[in-house]
Design a protein around this ligand. Structure first.
Ligand code: NCD
Length: 306
């Protein structure tokens, strides 16, 4: 039951919730395609507080709320807000609470969304907290896989890239392990998945850590690629040394199954070459557009109108 609930981690969303969200998102997508209005959120206001850059997450949340007939107020840039004058997170949340009905927050510090939820009774949606989690990205990732492959059960997922700092992979691994997935984790040595995530899924012996991308590609139903999270590095030299350490290109495509898909939460830097975009298996732009119907479904459930 998601009514009035904060979504801080993917643990806040049950299998039952996911099923319901997917079915509402399917309906929303159909209505959007038919150009029909979905005016169920009149008089409701969503506040988006972004302490870190964003394109897809903020715009798709805002687009979703507008499509539902609701309104949006936004702090898209901390430089133009009182945060730059030294206002605390607690006080900013108290203000957002009094101006809106739900709050979407992205913050560079892990745990910020959890902390924010202590200063309001309105639902807080975590749109990414540092290297923590990104639960709504995970909901749309699962939705994308289900739509592209037809199901979520027992699939073989290869996750490639910055598994240490990448918050999207942290929530996705936890979610996929509920669906009996076989997961292979491929990353540079210094960007391996944190132990606290691995421990949570370690009784699931279908998780493997590997250095060998080429031998893992032919098995995968989903190749989930992430960029190196440059903003998390304290030493720029360490980042420099990792640039170009992995990539998906046309030779990777040859090794992959014909009906596999390539996903990426985006933005991409250089880890998927542009030549891959033309291949029908490149699902990352379709994945990004699923953000609107999925977030429409989530907003409707959290606001208790569905
Ligand atoms: C991701 C994020 O912000 O964690 N982007 C997104 O929300 N689609 C991934 C990233 O920035 O690399």
């Amino acid at each position: 039951m998601l009514k009035n609930k904060s979504i801080v981690t993917i643990d806040d969303v049950s299998e039952e919730d996911l099923k319901e969200l997917f079915s509402i998102a399917d309906d929303m997508e159909k209505l959007l395609k038919e150009g029909k209005k979905v005016d169920i959120m009149q008089s409701k206001i969503m506040c988006t507080l972004f302490y870190e850059p964003s394109t897809r997450t903020r715009l798709s949340f805002e687009s979703a709320m507008h499509r539902l007939g609701g309104s949006v107020i936004t702090m898209a840039d901390v430089k133009t807000s009182s945060v730059s004058k030294g206002e605390t997170l607690a006080d900013t949340i108290r203000m957002a609470d009094s101006y809106s009905d739900m709050i979407v927050i992205r913050h560079p510090l892990e745990g910020a969304a959890r902390l924010a939820s202590r200063f309001t009774n309105k639902p807080i949606i975590n749109a990414g907290d540092g290297s923590g989690q990104h639960p709504t990205q995970t909901i749309m990732d699962l939705y994308t896989i289900r739509k592209e492959l037809g199901h979520l059960d027992g699939i073989n997922v290869l996750m490639l890239g910055d598994l240490k700092y990448g918050r999207t992979v942290h929530s996705l691994i936890l979610a996929l392990s509920r669906f009996n997935a076989r997961i292979t984790l491929v990353s540079p040595e210094s960007l391996r998945i944190p132990d606290y995530i691995l421990k949570r899924v370690s009784n699931n012996n279908k998780i493997a850590v590997s250095d060998d991308l080429d031998s893992s590609l032919p098995e995968a139903d989903v190749v989930y690629v992430t960029r190196i999270q440059r903003e998390r590095f304290t030493d720029p030299n360490e980042y420099q040394a990792l640039i170009g350490s992995y990539s998906i290109d046309s030779s990777s495509l040859e090794k992959m199954k014909k009906d596999a898909i390539i996903m990426h939460p985006l933005p991409r830097v250089d880890e998927i070459s542009a030549e891959v975009d033309r291949d029908p298996r490149a699902a990352y732009f379709r994945q990004a557009s699923n953000g609107v119907p999925v977030r429409m479904a989530l907003i409707s459930k959290v606001m208790g109108v569905m």
